[in-house]
Ligand binder design. Structure first.
Ligand code: ZN
Length: 448
């Protein structure tokens, strides 16, 4: 299978289907609230089954719990001795409050050349691009160079316990022989303009690293009592003081290799230097990636929930807050030790869920395949590694020895502020970008 073997009608169909399926998937509300409530992924998984059965495929439908469904299908490659490639996406989305949106979040409406709705970039677009290409493989009988496992997972937005993590633990055979994976969030373009003039150039960010996370609670203990009695062991006050210490802590700048590579690349193209002591000042040069990159310059800990007290005249004996902590590759121990110290003696720290950072090779044959596919569809554009400030299901595949990359290809308009669309209001993706991504992924599938 090569680039030449596809006829233009089939290529059109792949692109049309990628757009249509993105819209149809957005119309299926697959909100994951993270506590098992909400519609979750069942209906979206049934839809995936349907579009794959339509072309004669017999995918595997797996349920980790009621309404928590994932779909997997393996396409045998020409050389079955080569390690396989996993192409995966998640079917769930984070909640959307319709009142805040200018287009209803589950409409999947196309307006002004953009597909609107929750999941447009995270990540029903990529799921649709994969499905459109998988349908093409089934329709045409084309055989990829090596085995490809297509995975459409539940529960990524809550960490994957009912999705990728569950599959890896309970059905590792699905991924047998696979060595690499491709999924969200990288693959999108940023447009760089040389400071001294000259044509703008596009760079596509390949995610070779992801920050790790620890979702934790800090719990203060104190002396419970009557609200009228002086109390110098108030749990709420102790918690508030710990929160302030954590919030005020300066984590300092820390630069890991993929971040340095990206900043150097942007500096080289734009002709604008960056200062290692103040890399944040350089962020405006990074276009739509700046928010993601902002989160990769340092470790971080944000207070996210607060739970304390029941009545105005009762001092509670305990108070609790949640912390979302994100750490760079190699920093996990020092970050957790620091947080414990900041909590102080009356506040304990409980880690509920932790996932270590991801850091995979930024060079190799697969990277060359991705760069060639981009160059074929956007001549002259470069592919450069970067680190994602968030996490993806690629982390869940790591125990199987699978190196996961973020590469959901999208050629974006220069002025689109891309990162805030993730989990944001008015999430949307250009129709042309989805068509572009479908073409790039077709090349990747044909040459991997
Ligand atoms: Zn996502």
């Amino acid at each position: 299978m090569t680039e030449q073997t596809i006829d233009s009608a089939e290529l059109d169909l792949i692109q049309d289907e990628a757009v249509r399926i993105t819209c149809e998937l957005i119309r299926i509300d697959s909100t994951n609230y993270g506590d098992g409530t909400g519609p979750c992924e069942q209906e979206a998984a049934e839809y995936v089954m349907e579009v794959l059965r339509e072309v004669g495929l017999e995918p595997q439908y797996v349920e980790s719990a009621p309404r928590r469904a994932s779909v997997v299908v393996r396409v045998p490659g020409a050389d079955r001795d080569r390690p396989g490639l996993v192409l995966h996406g998640h079917l769930d989305v984070v909640p959307a409050d319709a009142d805040d949106w200018s287009v209803p979040p589950f409409s999947g409406e196309i307006r002004d050349g953009m597909i609107h709705g929750r999941g447009a970039v995270d990540m029903k677009d990529m799921v649709a691009m994969l499905l459109a290409n998988l349908r093409s493989l089934a329709r045409t009988g084309a055989v990829p160079p090596r085995d490809i496992v297509f995975g459409f997972f539940a529960d990524e937005e809550a960490g994957g316990a009912y999705g990728a993590e569950w599959l890896v633990k309970n059905h590792p055979e699905v991924f047998a022989g696979c060595s690499e994976a491709i999924s969200e969030v990288g693959g999108y373009s940023i447009t760089l303009t040389p400071a001294g003039g000259g044509p703008a150039r596009r760079t596509y960010l390949l995610q070779t690293a992801e920050k790790g996370y620890a979702w934790m609670r800090i719990r203060a203990r104190g002396r419970a009592g009557h609200g009228s009695v002086p109390n110098d062991e108030n749990a709420i006050v102790r918690l508030a003081q710990a929160i302030c210490r954590i919030d005020a802590h300066d984590w300092g700048t820390e630069l890991i290799p993929p971040v340095i590579t990206l900043l150097d690349h942007v500096s080289e193209v734009t002709g604008i230097g960056w200062d290692p002591d103040d890399p944040a000042a350089f962020l405006p040069q990074l276009g739509g990636a700046r928010q993601f990159v902002a989160g990769t310059l340092a470790n971080s800990a944000n207070v996210t929930t607060l739970l304390a007290g029941r009545k105005s005249n009762v001092v509670p004996g305990s108070a609790e807050a949640s912390i979302d902590c994100r750490f760079l590759p190699g920093s996990e121990d020092v970050v957790l030790d620091t947080l414990r110290a900041l909590c102080g003696e009356h506040v304990e720290l409980v880690v509920d869920r932790m996932n270590l950072p991801l850091d995979v090779p930024a060079e190799g044959p697969l990277i060359d395949v991705l760069a060639a596919a981009i160059d074929a569809e956007d001549p002259g554009a470069q592919v450069v590694p970067y680190c994602l400030s968030a996490g993806t299901d690629n982390k869940e595949l790591r125990p199987l020895g699978i190196a996961g990359y973020g590469f959901a290809p999208l050629r974006l308009p220069a002025d689109l502020d891309f990162a805030p669309l993730f989990h944001g209001v008015d999430e949307r993706v250009p129709v042309d970008a989805v068509r572009f991504g479908a073409r790039v992924l077709r090349r990747v599938i044909a040459t991997c």
